[in-house]
Design a protein around this ligand. Structure first.
Ligand SMILES: Cc1cc2nc3c(=O)[nH]c(=O)nc-3n(C[C@H](O)[C@H](O)[C@H](O)COP(=O)(O)OP(=O)(O)OC[C@H]3O[C@@H](n4cnc5c(N)ncnc54)[C@H](O)[C@@H]3O)c2cc1C
Length: 520
């Protein structure tokens, strides 16, 4: 028995895990591995610092739209959040503090973009090639590359001829002064809703170019009084209770996504009434209140957006953009508006999971090819044909009503358990069974068909072929239940031949890069 435990610990310490991405997901995975006693992991991050979404989205007004006490790790609550919905800087410094506290910096490899991952079935090893040409090997790959970080740029004639400043909201030009200028915001989604109220008071003109309106609900945001923050700090149970209450307040909102349901109807009536109250001009109301059910496009959360659109210096433009010139935007009605700065608040390519990274399983099977009709995975984490390969915030795990961090925690727990399983003596690989994965995805797609996400609107959850690859179509509590412990019957477990211990693992020293392929 003692011997068995010893073998297990040795194995676990030596297992090499490559985590790709250092946002909320990658850092959470690192912490979970450390808790499980797996120290031989590295977190490869293409940028020069951590944070993912919260490193990139530094536009004015950037912040979460899920209350901060739920938009953080359950095991690392932060009593000091300054307000109900924290801003970008605060979330980013929370993540930096987290990485420090969890001892993750020794595992982080910045400026290292993983270009490709290739599985060598004979040795049960993944070979990674970095953008720089550097090579590395790992026993397990966990991707944490996010869904919302490949900026999508609109195809508008003349856009590249624009001579003023132009940037995507996720690539905000540091130090760019908008004061007194004429600004065009193209796109009217979750980002524009944060940018417009922050920028409108600074500029001489702000044009919001909207293709499709979105449903907007109020954001009950407020600063936490010092006394309450102190109470959260001193009474951890209060903080926990607060998180619990927020979770259970948000969770029932999922009911509104059920197409044609009574709850969806009540929700729509309620939101419509609020929007009508907020917008005094009937013409503006007509332009801003959608004709599709709430949720089909992401419901926007802001108490300031609709009033910002009614400021004298702001104009909502719904006529389609025909072209962009050196210094203006021309709409189809022939009107030309002079512009100094264009902000592309046009969202992300969210359905091209893992792109542009290439992932090749045994026998040369490419993930891109396996996903030619749209990405899918077992519980969003494992794909048949790709052993020892797991994803965080993968296909069909995005939410419209609750915190992604909740999902990510479920995933890291599940993946850490599989990695523990892999560290058992003789277990070479774990690969999800095709029938388990197919059964799961058939049910998911069946459920998605009954949601508002496939009503009469376009949204970033749906591929050009019409497959919904992003959203989780059940309650999050359901996801928690399904992922609380991996069902090993869903996996094919390959074992090493007797005597051939798989334990030729690499270095357990996190500071030492994994042994490069071909090196000794
Ligand atoms: C503006 C904005 C606001 C949001 N607000 C909320 C909210 O309020 N609530 C909510 O639940 N969700 C929100 N989201 C969704 C948000 O993306 C997730 O909550 C969460 O941050 C995802 O974390 P992640 O680590 O999975 O991905 P990301 O934060 O996207 O991090 C992925 C990381 O992987 C790195 N990477 C990618 N490819 C490679 C590669 N090949 N090699 C090396 N590194 C790579 C990237 O550089 C990045 O650092 C928001 C998203 C945006 C864009």
């Amino acid at each position: 028995m003692t011997l068995h435990i010893k073998t297990l610990l040795v194995d676990r310490a030596k297992l090499r895990v490559a985590i790709i991405g250092a946002g909320f997901s990658g850092l959470c995975m690192g912490a979970a591995l450390r808790r499980a006693g797996v120290e031989g992991f590295q977190i490869f991050e293409k940028a020069s610092s951590l944070g993912g979404t919260w490193r990139e989205n530094v536009y004015p007004g950037s912040g979460c739209d899920v209350p901060s006490h739920l938009y953080c790790y359950s095991f690392e609550p932060n009593p000091n959040f300054s307000r109900a919905f924290a801003g970008q800087e605060e979330i980013l410094s929370y993540l930096q503090h987290f990485a420090e506290k969890q001892g993750l910096f020794a595992h982080l490899r910045f400026g290292t973009e993983v270009k490709s991952a290739r599985y060598d079935a004979e040795r049960a090893v993944w070979s990674l090639t970095m953008e720089s040409g550097e090579l590395a090997e790992a026993d397990v790959v966990v991707t944490a590359t996010g869904q919302l970080n490949r900026p999508r740029r609109p195809e508008i004639p003349g856009l590249s001829d624009f001579a003023g400043a132009m940037f995507h909201s996720a690539e905000w030009k540091a130090g760019h002064d908008l004061r007194g200028g004429r600004v065009a915001v193209i796109g009217s989604g979750a980002t524009a809703v944060q940018i417009v109220p922050s920028v409108a008071p600074l500029v001489s003109r702000l044009y919001l170019f909207q293709r499709t309106p979105s449903w907007v609900i109020p954001k009950v945001d407020y600063a936490y009084p010092k006394a309450l923050r102190r109470a959260f700090e001193r009474v951890p149970a209060l903080l926990k209770l607060n998180r619990y209450l927020i979770y259970w307040l948000l969770e029932p909102r999922f009911l509104a996504f059920s197409k044609g349901s009574l709850f969806a109807e009540i929700f729509e009536r309620h939101v419509r009434k609020w929007m009508e109250r907020e917008i005094s001009d009937p013409e503006l109301r007509r332009k801003l209140i959608p004709d599709y059910p709430p949720g089909c496009k992401r419901v926007l959360i802001s108490s300031e957006y609709l009033s910002a659109l009614q400021r004298s210096e702001v104009e909502l433009v719904t006529d389609p953009i025909e072209r962009v010139t050196r210094d203006s935007i021309v709409t189809r009605d022939g009107r030309s508006r002079a512009i100094d700065t264009i902000v592309l608040a046009t969202g992300f390519d969210a359905t091209t999971f893992l792109a542009p990274m290439s992932v090749e399983g045994p026998g040369g099977i490419r993930l891109e090819e396996a996903w030619r009709h749209g990405a899918e995975a077992h519980l969003g984490m494992a794909v048949s044909g790709f052993p020892n390969f797991f994803m965080l915030y993968g296909p069909n795990t995005n939410l419209g009503h609750n915190s992604i961090i909740f999902m990510v925690e479920c995933q890291t727990r599940y993946v850490a358990r599989l990695i523990e399983e892999l560290s058992r003596d003789q277990v070479r690989s774990l690969e999800v069974r095709k029938d388990s994965m197919n059964r799961f995805n058939l049910a998911v797609q069946g459920k998605l068909a009954k949601t508002v996400w496939n009503a009469n609107c376009t949204n970033w959850y749906t591929t050009a072929e019409g497959k919904q690859t992003n959203n989780w179509p059940y309650f999050t509590v359901d996801y928690w239940w399904r992922t609380r412990e991996p069902n090993l019957e869903d996996f094919v477990r390959a074992v090493s031949p007797i005597g051939g211990s798989k334990c030729s693992r690499g270095s357990a020293d996190p500071a030492e890069p994994f042994r490069a392929a071909g090196e000794d």
